[in-house]
Design a protein around this ligand. Structure first.
Ligand code: HEM
Length: 151
């Protein structure tokens, strides 16, 4: 899945470098993120299955893929957008509401900031905010009918 995002090249570098630093740490950021999300927004507990193990790893793999493909010219821009729109549609089925995206974005970036320490400066946070906003936007877009997808 590619991100339908135009971050500046400098922002791509900041996102990549900070993500590499965070994923090198012994602690799994995704596990910490979910722990913080449930702590800060306890209502989300009821949305997820009791055992979060799979969710923690699937979320991390999704972010891995988004980061890896950040600056690759997309072979299928329409399909990439549609994949995020479909992911967003499934979230409607999970009971996720539009305003929940802001909660998740804030908790995720706070988790990164806490784990990356001084390396997570203001420019890095702004770059992540731009990425998260674009992904959330693509997930919240109305679904693209298959017939209208670009080849
Ligand atoms: C950038 C934003 C997000 C990404 C990349 C993301 C990613 C994912 C992925 C990959 C799954 C696995 C299931 C599937 O593919 O359909 C999933 C499930 C789920 N996500 Fe998200 N998500 C995001 C935002 C949110 C938000 C804002 C919430 C609100 C609390 C949320 C709650 C859930 C829930 C409840 C499930 C289903 C768990 C289950 O029943 O197995 N997600 N998410």
């Amino acid at each position: 899945m590619s991100a339908p995002v135009a971050l500046s090249p400098a922002q791509v570098v900041l996102v990549r470098a900070s993500y590499a630093a965070i994923t090198r740490l012994e602690q799994d950021y995704s596990a910490r993120f979910y722990h913080r999300l449930l702590e800060r927004h306890p209502f989300t507990r009821a949305l997820f299955p009791d055992d979060l193990t799979r969710q923690i790893s699937v979320f991390r793999l999704t972010v891995d893929a988004l980061i890896a493909q950040l600056d690759q010219p997309e072979a299928q821009p329409g399909a990439a957008r549609a994949a995020l729109a479909e992911l967003g549609q499934r979230h409607v089925g999970y009971g996720v509401l539009t305003h929940h995206y802001a909660y998740v974005g804030e908790v995720l970036l706070d988790t990164f900031a806490e784990m990356a320490g001084d390396g997570f400066d203001a420019a890095t946070r702004t770059a992540w905010e731009a990425l998260y906003a674009a992904v959330a936007q693509a997930m919240l877009d109305p679904p693209v009918p298959a017939a209208e997808r670009k080849p």
